[in-house]
Design a protein around this ligand. Sequence first.
Ligand code: PLP
Length: 356
Amino acid sequence: MSNIAVELTKHPKEKPADESKIGFGNTFTDHMFIMNYDEGEGWHDPRIVPYGPISLDPSAMCLHYGQEVFEGLKAYRTDDDHIQLFRPEENFKRLNVSNARLSIPPIDEQLCLEGLKKLVEIEKDWVPHIKDTSLYIRPFIITTDAHLGVHPGHHYLFMIILSPSGPYYAEGLDPVKIYVEKNYVRAVKGGTGMAKTAGNYASSLNAQAEAEKQNYSQVLWLDGVERKYIEEVGAMNIFFVIDGEAVTPALNGSILSGITRKSALELIRSWGMKVSERRISIDEIVEAHKNGKLDEVFGTGTAAVISPVGHLKYGDIEMEIGGNKIGPISQRLYDELTGIQWGRLPDPFGWTVRID
Ligand SMILES: *Cc1c(COP(=O)(O)O)cnc(C)c1O
């Protein structure tokens, strides 16, 4: 069906010598996937080319009005040396949800998945080998119209770039400290909270910087209207285990629908454990903690998979959770999700997609 042209680099780069020191988002591989959109023509010319700078007009609309969407997923190297993706079709589905919200023309999900597989296959030697490493995948779309004026663009660029990623937890699953944001908000219903778009992150930076100044690693956002209901963390969804039941905020239009969130819900349900998606107020969490019923708190997202929360601060209230140690539900989710992702456990849900 598709015709993805391939131009290979004549100057392949050195791969990282010490994979334990790769970190995150620092190095990029030799090739990237590009496709153009021009009004009247639609998306065209899908191609894989050497990784490198792109040329943009200084008036390119994405630089001024933030019409941009992105995705994040990973390729994993299994113990028997195959490369696989985790639910990649979900990422392209979500990219089209973001596209619809940002007035960007929809992509052909099948074609983009095919392009991604081809790119990862070409770059498979860039997927790191040591435990808990992966190849981070960043698809994104920008408007390129050379024009100042607030309206949807007529020209777009879809790209996929790849970045080898080191072990997220260099020293085991250490719980993080999180600070509940009371002044700033991330999103409101009717806004762009449910889309993965640049502006959401730009507007979160000062809250994040303030949290870091106070020695907290991330911000927990409350709803933008009443500042009462829990939404999510910077780039993670949030779960609570209260009195033996797992709860997470329902998708209400201002929360990003995480694929790790969805997978965690499906796993917990498969264990026969009680789980609900509903509105959760911060007062309910404070109360549960006071009564000794807040068993666990953890974030879910592609980067960290499961991120146990050991401390939660809300105004003057400082809560320590589970003795600042990872709890059994968090640990089991981490083990099962990473087991499936790296091919160390069977994949009963059919979530993984082999590349080679
Ligand atoms: C990407 C992201 C998540 C997590 O989504 P996953 O698909 O699980 O990686 C959660 N919240 C926000 C705001 C995000 O950008």
